[in-house]
Write a protein that binds this ligand. Structure first.
Ligand SMILES: [Zn+2]
Length: 403
């Protein structure tokens, strides 16, 4: 079970430079990078001469059960059989993997179909990324739960929050996700500038998560919601659109990760069908918020907030498998350097998940997760969307390098 990946330009996330070295994997892990020697008779040899090799990318914000081909968010699975959602999620997982994402965090599933997909991937029965799943997300009573009956569990007050967090863990969740503020993809009654859970409720969710060796992720657009998430000890703030400098400084101080998801706007406007089908008030919010979202992502990064890449794949037009567009957008829209954006999608995600010993770099001992390109994404970030090679756990999942 040894493989040699030979002749590539291997990207070192620690130095930001390439080295032309061979990678050897053994039983799914990286055995060596740049060691001398040559393959023995039983070893698999993957010739990647000239390709640019990166650690498998980590997407910290996906919704595998959400169908992006149907842009109408008013209950996308109404009238469909439960099995259709499960099969969709399995196919979305495979597309995500082939798109260069070897690890993903699902922050809002649908009736736990995504957890079934995770389990089957782990058993080797399906192809997909290593998955960390939140199960259903916790929300206060809101009109928006009608849009997503399979995704939301309602809780009000600390006792209900504790109970619903425990329920997700009992269903196999790897983390807890809460709605700290209103959302863009919500009814007209909801305001993304308003908080939803109060600080004591957020703290209750964090406590249940951390006591069980998990973490809590908070959806938050509004500044006060971002602040509550940081104060309560959430591991990550999702979106973080309307923060101010003091609030981002608090996140930096507390070690709260930001998962910006800035590609939600450009993905929607790039897909005319999704754009046309979307409810008008949601479409307008996506358009109105983009500039502040991009500017504030840069501000957060500037004041020292740790960034982890997340696409929000599953929102309208934000297709599963096109995940690399977020790295591109962090550069072209939010003004991060290619190295910073790639860092967020490798070690950023690994650190958020507390898996820095297993994920996020091409170092001996970590999982043999490798993604390759024919052109150099550091020289031109647009090349990041042309994934040509995906290796997960030492096994080649996709290889278009010589095709
Ligand atoms: Zn989301």
């Amino acid at each position: 079970m040894a493989a040699w990946i030979r002749g590539g330009q291997v990207y070192d996330v620690h130095t930001g430079e390439y080295r032309e070295v061979d990678i050897q994997t053994q039983d799914g892990r990286i055995a060596s990078v740049g060691a001398s020697g040559s393959p023995s008779g039983d070893d698999t040899v993957v010739d990647v001469a000239g390709a640019y090799l990166f650690p498998g990318f980590i997407d910290c914000h996906v919704h595998l059960c959400m169908p992006t081909e149907d842009g109408n968010p008013a209950n996308p699975w109404m009238g469909k059989l439960p099995g259709e959602t499960a099969i969709y999620a399995a196919q979305a997982a495979e597309r995500t993997l082939m798109g260069g994402v070897t690890t993903a965090r699902d922050v809002g599933g649908w009736d736990y179909h995504e957890i079934a997909v995770r389990n089957l991937i782990n058993r080797g029965k399906l192809k997909g990324p290593r998955l960390f799943c939140a199960g259903k997300l916790l929300s206060i009573t809101t009109s928006t739960t009608a849009y997503y009956p399979g995704m939301y569990d309602t809780a009000n007050g600390v006792d209900e929050v504790r109970a619903m967090a425990r329920k997700q863990l009992a269903m196999g969740a790897d983390l807890i996700k809460i709605m700290g503020t209103g959302a863009l993809t919500s009814t007209e009654y909801e305001d993304a500038r308003a908080i939803q859970f109060q600080l004591d409720e957020v703290k209750a969710a964090v406590a249940i998560a951390e006591e069980n060796y998990k973490h809590c992720a908070a959806h938050a657009h509004a500044c006060e919601g971002i602040r509550n998430a940081a104060l309560a000890g959430c591991r990550s703030v999702e979106h973080g659109s309307f923060g101010d400098e003091d609030t981002y400084a608090l996140m930096a101080e507390k070690g709260t990760f930001l998962v910006p998801t800035v590609c939600v706007h450009s993905a929607l406007t790039a897909d005319q069908t999704a754009f046309d089908n979307l409810l008008p008030h949601i479409r307008q919010r996506y358009i109105d918020c983009e500039e502040a979202h991009l500017k504030n992502t840069k501000l957060a990064q500037h004041v020292g907030v740790s960034i982890a890449m997340g696409t929000d794949a599953g929102t309208p037009g934000n297709h599963h498998g096109d995940n690399m567009q977020e790295i591109e957008r962090m550069v072209t829209g939010a003004g991060l350097t290619p190295r910073q954006a790639i860092e967020s999608a490798t070690m950023g995600g690994a650190n958020l998940l507390r898996r820095e010993n297993e994920l996020g770099s091409l170092d001996a001992g970590k999982f043999g997760d490798i993604v390759g390109f024919t052109a150099d994404p550091l020289a031109d970030i647009h090349a990041i969307r042309d994934v040509a090679l995906v290796i997960k756990g030492g096994e080649t999942m996709r290889n278009d390098l010589n095709g």
